[in-house]
Design a protein around this ligand. Structure first.
Ligand code: AMP
Length: 144
């Protein structure tokens, strides 16, 4: 299975982004409104400055308290996130997420942001693939 197939199976291919100068309070609003755990930090929706996850905000809250809410996305984001391409395999994405201990991966084409996959998207797609393989094998064994 390829990243392209995972993107096609998602309800929406829109990527939620925020700009580097957005306050953490506003980023929290975006995460809550869209019911997501991370946003790509981008000046224009296609170039990637970094990625900011709820975990970055939780860590900053624990370390510095509520004053971190007045900081900007650029202060808490991870710059140069690990990205993947549409023709990467789901397994390679899963390995990189597991090794890097992150759950979000921007998808890039020609240096532009074209999608995002989460560990949930990848696991869902793999489970559906395994279920289809199981049905096909059962069909072969039963002679259907
Ligand atoms: P997550 O598990 O995705 O919520 O993120 C956990 C940590 O990894 C946070 O510090 C994120 O900023 C960072 N992170 C998330 N996605 C990526 C990525 N694709 N590449 C590098 N770091 C990431």
């Amino acid at each position: 299975m390829l990243v392209q197939q995972i993107l096609s199976s998602k309800h929406s291919d829109a990527v939620v982004t925020t700009t580097a100068d957005t306050s953490i309070t506003d980023v929290l609003r975006v995460l809550s409104e869209h019911r997501i755990g991370g946003v790509v930090v981008s000046p224009d929706g296609t170039a990637i400055d970094g990625i900011l996850s709820e975990r970055d905000i939780v860590r900053a809250l624990a370390a510095r308290g509520p004053s971190c809410l007045e900081q900007t996305a650029s202060a808490l984001m991870t710059p140069n996130p690990v990205c993947c391409a549409k023709d990467d395999t789901a397994d390679s994405v899963l390995s990189r997420m597991t090794e890097g201990r992150f759950r979000h991966m921007p998808v890039v084409q020609d240096g532009r942001l074209v999608g995002i996959v989460t560990i949930g998207d990848v696991v869902k797609a793999r489970l559906s693939e395994l279920s289809m393989e199981k049905s096909a094998l059962e069909g072969m064994i039963m002679g259907h």
